[in-house]
Design a protein around this ligand. Structure first.
Ligand code: RIB
Length: 315
């Protein structure tokens, strides 16, 4: 079966500086490279879903400017349905300022602009895309009201709801109304700590945090652990760690998005959770092997090659 995924979320132009390290306060540092890439967590997850073979639609906003045009073109080139995309006459396209250090770690500042203007009416206008999907995938770079509206619609139509709580809200609080509509939550270690107060650097810490999400009523919690893979806790079961894959990482930007998009596509295709998490881990690992968000998101063929090579890192 070919699954259908709809994404509600952000689109940004990523302005990426490569640098030997992160400059100190007041310091001017010579960088080693620069690139502009289609990005934004919503956009990246849509690309990852489509490249994983799911019929994918995107609901979001860009500005009436060159960056917006480029982002729309990238969606179209990746066979993503853009009927739910709006050109916002009042706000410029979102921007992300990214610095990647010599170890591949990224430091991101987002300027939301048109992403902050996404509203409930945008969801109502595109409700058909949600009603007809198998999976709704969302992140937190757009306001809560359209996310709640989309999740409600999904619930009413038996569509699985995945929330990638990225970036975690400053105060760590996601409205209960939204959480109560979520089937699967996919924080990384930083986001899980932000939302539970528990240090998730160790697998034991992540297990404890996953239990907190479970107590808050979320059926399935998946905490991504970077090179250690992912920890999965389903209500009423024991937590399980899915290992990751050995790769030469140079830029971790969008690794989490690759995981979420590939996971959503696999679940939409009807694959079981465990296999889908494994596919997500492979996609996330592959995304770290190239610079930039859009160019790094793997295809299903690339994922399958890595899975077949079975180059698993032990948990
Ligand atoms: O998750 C990576 C993304 O975060 C980047 O593409 C950037 O746009 C920010 O939203």
């Amino acid at each position: 079966m070919v699954g259908k995924v709809v994404i509600v979320g952000s689109l940004s132009m990523d302005l990426v500086a490569q640098a030997p390290r992160i400059p100190a306060c007041g310091e001017t540092l010579r960088g080693t490279g620069f690139g502009m890439f289609a990005g934004g967590k919503g956009n990246n997850q849509a690309l990852a879903s489509s490249r994983s073979g799911a019929v994918t639609a995107m609901i979001g906003r860009v500005g009436v400017d060159a960056f917006g045009e480029q982002l729309l073109l990238t969606l179209r080139k990746n066979r993503i349905n853009v009927e739910g995309m709006l050109k916002d006459p009042d706000n410029a396209t979102g921007i992300a300022h990214i610095t990647v250090d010599a170890n591949g770690n990224n430091y991101i500042t987002i300027i939301q602009q048109s992403n902050a203007a996404l509203c409930e009416d945008d969801i109502v206008r595109s409700k058909k895309l949600i009603e007809e999907a198998d999976v709704l995938l969302m992140q937190l770079e757009v306001p809560f009201p359209p996310l709640i509206a989309a999740a409600k619609l999904a619930r009413e139509n038996g569509v699985k709801v995945i929330l990638n709580p990225a970036p975690a809200p400053e105060d760590g609080v996601i409205p209960h109304e939204l959480l109560s509509l979520v089937d699967i939550i996919t924080p990384n270690q930083t986001e899980a700590k932000h939302m539970t107060g528990i240090d998730c650097e160790t697998v034991e810490g992540a297990q404890e945090a996953a239990r907190v999400f479970s107590e808050r009523g979320i059926k399935t919690t998946i905490i991504t652990l970077g090179e250690k893979g992912a920890l999965v806790l389903e209500a009423g079961k024991n937590a399980k760690q899915t290992p990751s894959y050995k790769v030469a990482a140079i830029d971790t930007t969008a690794a989490g998005d690759a995981f979420c998009g590939a996971l959503a596509a696999s679940l939409a295709h009807g694959n079981p959770l465990e296999a889908s998490v494994q596919i997500g881990c492979a996609a996330g690992a592959l995304a770290t092997t190239k610079v930039g968000a859009e160019p790094s998101l793997p295809t299903i063929e690339e994922i399958q090659i890595l899975l077949a090579a079975n180059a698993l890192v032990s948990p």
